[in-house]
Write a protein that binds this ligand. Structure first.
Ligand SMILES: Nc1nc2c(c(=O)[nH]1)N[C@H]1C(S)=C(S)[C@@H](COP(=O)(O)O)O[C@H]1N2
Ligand SMILES: [Mo]
Length: 262
């Protein structure tokens, strides 16, 4: 069940009839030609990006058209800072979390708590690096949210840790700056816009289902935001920069949409 989009896979999410996509082949092809959708994008992701409930004839067309018109500035302008993404109940939480990275789980290089430091740079008043203990001292916010990866899977996870807004305030970050860039222990990089960083459902997660995040899932610190797709959530974060110069990221540099969210 795949449709070629710019040479990448376009896999319908579970429960979506391939026929619906086939019926809109012309539209999919026209979006393809215009080079707007790069990388693989699922209908689950489209649902998230556009807020349309897909699966009915017609809604797919609306959703694809909406995405085709998107660019980062438009998406940023449409972003509603107080609009909350759906949350779920504790009994829906998947344990352990689903693992994904640009390499296999066997190749994860665990981070040592004792040597880990969070480096801070850019438009930040107090750039003193943070330790794990200091991170765990901050009050926690919990979110039970759906993680959607563009490869075509999703899972509901229960994440807790300091709200990113609280953390940015603590370090004296310039919250009028435009972007936040992340570096990770595995050389993954990522970036988000400031509005997303300040969103109430964006946290620096230290725990999953009430326990410290285990190695394959990003110990000791990962970003979890309810308004972005999986690749916009860096794991094993080691450095945070606040900047007005638009940063890239591992997947963004390979053609994935920079905004990557709702
Ligand atoms: N450091 C790091 N962060 C990363 C990745 C990665 O390869 N390295 N992969 C991203 C992608 S594409 C996804 S879907 C999620 C996977 O998170 P999970 O292991 O909780 O499923 O992590 C994101 N963050
Ligand atoms: Mo992903």
């Amino acid at each position: 069940m795949t449709i070629k989009l710019l040479g990448s896979r376009f896999r319908p999410a579970k429960g979506i009839d391939q026929g619906i996509l086939d019926n809109h082949r012309e539209l999919v092809d026209s979006i393809n030609r215009r080079g707007i959708l790069r990388g693989s994008l699922t209908l689950g992701a489209l649902t998230m990006l556009t807020g349309c409930e897909l699966g009915h004839d017609g809604s797919i067309q609306t959703a694809l058209r909406a995405v085709s018109e998107f660019n980062d500035d438009v998406q940023a302008a449409l972003f509603r800072p107080d609009h909350l993404a759906p949350t779920y109940s504790v009994d829906q939480v998947v344990k352990p979390p689903h693992f994904n990275a640009f390499y296999d789980p066997e190749d994860v290089r665990p981070v040592e708590a004792s040597s880990w430091k969070l480096e801070l740079s850019g438009r930040i008043a107090d750039k003193t690096p943070w330790t794990v203990a200091k991170m765990y001292d901050l009050p926690e916010t919990e979110i039970i949210i759906k993680h959607i990866c563009v490869e075509g899977w999703d899972y509901i996870g229960q994440w807790s840790g300091p709200s990113f807004k609280l953390f940015l305030e603590k370090i004296g970050a310039d919250t009028k700056a435009k972007y936040i860039a992340f570096k990770c222990a595995d050389d993954y990089t990522g970036s988000i816009d400031m509005a997303t960083a300040l969103h109430p459902q964006t946290i620096l997660a230290t725990k999953y289902a009430g326990q410290p995040i285990a190695d394959p899932y990003g110990f000791p610190l990962r970003l979890r935001t309810a308004t972005k797709l999986g690749y916009k959530n860096p794991k094993w974060i080691t450095a945070i920069e606040v900047t007005n110069v638009k940063p890239g990221g591992y997947w963004e540099d390979r053609g994935f949409n920079w905004f990557g969210g709702i």
